[in-house]
Design a protein around this ligand. Structure first.
Ligand SMILES: [Zn+2]
Length: 130
């Protein structure tokens, strides 16, 4: 779901919490993948183990771990990038705004996606980019 749509439905605070929970769920997956990789390494050294299976387990758990780390960093960085722009420049209230419009990004020119937001307290408008 697009960020502005999700923030419109949930509000900024709930969207932010959801992003952090999603990111940390990937961190848990990373820890589990690391444990699986260590288990495969330990089993590899034991006599009578099927070494090909252990190498395959090590590769799969390493791949899952790398993907989990990427998703963890993605969700965390995106949440922090938007949270750092979430204070109203006029009255400095944090996270109390609503999305008014969205602007699609353009990867070719390097223009980021953005949304126009309005403070619920003082009605000041500003732009949040990601
Ligand atoms: Zn304000």
């Amino acid at each position: 779901m697009a960020i502005p749509t999700s923030i419109r439905q949930r509000g900024f605070t709930r969207w932010y919490e959801h992003e952090l929970l999603l990111g940390h769920a990937h961190l848990v997956l990373l820890v589990l993948a690391a444990l699986a990789a260590l288990g495969a390494l330990e089993a590899f050294g034991q006599a009578g183990s099927e070494r090909l299976l252990m190498v395959l387990s090590l590769l799969v758990s390493t791949g899952i771990g790398v993907l989990a780390l990427r998703r963890y960093l993605f969700h965390l960085m995106r949440a922090e990038l938007i949270a750092n722009q979430a204070s109203c420049p006029a009255c400095e209230v944090y996270g109390r705004w609503q999305v008014e419009s969205t602007e699609p990004g353009d990867a070719a020119s390097g223009r980021p996606e953005a949304m126009q937001v309005c403070c619920r307290r003082c009605r000041h408008r500003w732009r949040i980019e990601w």
